[in-house]
Design a protein around this ligand. Sequence first.
Ligand code: SAH
Length: 473
Amino acid sequence: MKNCPVSKNCGGCEYASLEYGAQLQAKEKRVKDLLSKICPVRPIVGADNPYFYRNKVHWAFGHMGPHLIAGRYAEGSHRIIENDECLLEDQECAKILSDIKNLAVKFKMQSYDERTKRGLLRRVLVRKGVATGEVMVVLVLASPVLPGKKGFIKALLEKHSSIKTVLININTRTDSMILGDKTINEFGRGFIWDELLGVRFKISPESFYQINHDQTEKLYSLAIEAAALKKGEKVLDAYCGIGTIGLCAASSCQGIQLTGVELNRAAVSDARENAKINKMEKARFLAADATKYMIETAEKKEAFDVVFLDPPRSGTTPEFIRACEQLAPKRIVYVSCDPTTLARDLKEFKKHSYTPQYAIPVDMFPFTEHVETCVLLSKLSRAPKLEVTVKMSELDITEAEAKASYQEIQDYVMENTGLHVSNLNIAQVKRKYGILERQNYNLPKTDGARQPQCTPEKERAIVDAFRHYKMID
Ligand code: SAH
């Protein structure tokens, strides 16, 4: 295991002293503690390489006596910790920042002093498109005039040909926002490109973009798999940012009708451009509050087949969830960056006709305590009204299950796909989709037990049979 020389002073990595396997266990346990009473929690998806994953790195600039210093702020403070060997930051981004610091000294640049409000250079933000190798540098200044600007930028570009754009951002704010309102493009096109799952994305200085490229691809793949999209379906990507989840979904299933909704106007404009560049012109992106959009759309009696939602840490709103019930999508895929607000929202969804089927934690942020989770929710078929009341326990069979026998499902799958599926396969898939299996199939009580698991191909075939027999929507 690699060790960080400054972890105690920095405080940015809560799990700095834990082996990676132990970190994954701790995160999976946290998600299980919060969600296992709500739905099954599958094993966490870890990173192949837990180091150097941050593709967005910013250092604060200040001074120690007469010397210019640069690095991360220690957790919860504005004390600058110098460290060229951070285990999270992309190594090329960190090297560029370190070179910028040396150039700033060479060009006699004044760093900004937060107390006296004097000086110029406040922060530098470096973003990298991991798939394209393109790098963006944003110099955050307290005022627009940077003496020696041309020579400084030229010297930087000579050292790093991967830098495709350099911008100056003016930040006169007194809060801890990294970027101010005004950005001036000094070199290149003002943005960089990256790719996720073969789809190209334009990244501007202000846009939200996941910071761990490889884990993002895994997370989105899981979300898209859960959505089980079909041609012609109407799909909503709520809290869509620059359109990443929706456009990746649209690329995986041609012919869906995609709408994205997002509050940040700059991100929406990027999303529209991303749709164009990827030849998905039919996708619509709207700048609006997601809850307001849902309520208005429900009032218009519109409908969606599938809803993705990926809200910020605060989660979504009860009004969004109520509007979902009216819009009645068959499947909802909730991507969350905070399992606490996720648990709260899933309980609310349960009150409004949606059953969480399973949750998969994904480790996007190794060495920190943060964890992402992807949850599939389905709308179960409404019960047909019965004249007489018969307790399901008396029949030892659930209502959805009563619609087709195991033999009928096996026959349907064989006829349509030529695959033989066992009773155990069917029971496993029933369990995953919240259709309780009969006691006598004797399934393991916990996930991950040593039973042969159903292959994705068989699972898809069984799910098709469930839909055919209207056991699920
Ligand atoms: N799905 C995107 C972005 C997720 S981050 C991705 O994976 O990259 C959450 C997004 O929600 C941010 O882009 C943020 O700007 C947006 N957001 C925050 N509050 C919102 C609201 N009330 N309505 C719509 N979008 C909102």
